[in-house]
Write a new protein. Sequence first.
Length: 475
Amino acid sequence: MTSNQEASKPFAVPSLAILGGGPGGYEAAMVAAAMGSQVTIVERLGLGGAAVLTDVVPSKTLIATAESMNRSIDSTELGVSFNADDGDLKTALRADLKQINGRVKVLAMEQSTDIRRGLEALGVRIVIGTGRMLDGRTIEVDRGETKEIIKADAVLISVGAHPRELATARPDGERILNWTQIYDLDELPEELIVVGSGVTGAEFASAFNGLGSNVTLISSRDQVLPGEDSDAAAVLEQVFERRGLRVLSRSRAEAVERTADGVVVTLGDGSKVTGTHCLVCVGSIPNTTDIGLETAGVELTPSGHIKVDGVSRTSSPNVYAAGDCTGVLALASVAAMQGRIAVAHLVGDGVSPLKLTQVSSNIFTSPEIASVGVSEAELEAGKYQGDVVKLSLQTNARAKMRNVNDGFIKIIARRGSGTVIGGVVVGAGACELIFPIALAVAQKLHVDDIANTFTVYPSLSGSIAEAARRLHVHM
């Protein structure tokens, strides 16, 4: 063999077994298979895992329907008439929850099927069953009538998490629900009580308010979305109030009981809130029990999450982990990045540790709330030195044309250097508008780099450039 032939010969890559087919698992599988690795995925629900089948894809599909209803109602100010007999479009529009949930489930299964086809096209072997680690390189799969042993050079654990339950509020799937059960309802809840004002609770409260339910959101904090940008949370609460969504702040749900025709929620002060249904959104628990992690030498945190480092390694050699089971950040995008980083480290490819300050996230309420990088709260705490400009979308020409009255652009720049280190977008399509700010954060761009880049007029993104121009004055 000539030296040129030797140079072109593919390098050997380790085989990989993946426990869990969610975003962390299937993204890792795609990358590893493309590099020539022999990859096997073990998944008990279906490809895409909970993110595709019961969480992200279903919830955002439901939310998209609610958003279309909100736009329809708001369009009356644009001169669009729906000939509502009583003049009230809110009562004229009706959400058919059975049809909506039917579409939700179909889209989730289609997405799962698309992921499976993509993996099979790359040569990934898929095993449907319940997996358990026997050691750091071996997984036993219970396939019902049979069991199978899978061995590989390395293992990636991406088993996700499930809804946390309160001992005094056990879901029954009919009146008391967790977020995986809400898609089994055929009729829209007349009076929905949502317990928990974090991201999941706020999203579902916003969605069902848009669909036409009378919604009460129970929040144990002073403000909804604790830990998020306080200005953004304030805008959301104002919109909630305008749309008739009741928020009970500084109220903790102690128990939820089913009645003859609904539910009653008992609060910490002894008062009671009644409704037809209750959705409990009080966090999640990692799926790390009884899957052989102790046997494999994988160390857990006190909360039951898998300990990982910046390149997704666990305490056990050749065992990596990604996604919600690690407790790093419960986002599908982070799970996917963790999985890709794990594969890069495994095969010796170029790899950079996960940088949480570069993670952009979006809360799919109406309006949406997107953020990236350093927060204003971190500036106030003295962790960073920076300047902030917040620009209301009420001054944006495109927003006015679309009758968008709620929201803002906020950009944070490092004091002295003018480097963009963070940002927040509140408004319709915030999940798309955050990208240029995220790009600036990741690439360490100067505010002038954004300010001097052409934007379309009129456009919502024009306010991003305008905010950057105003930051130039602070430097």
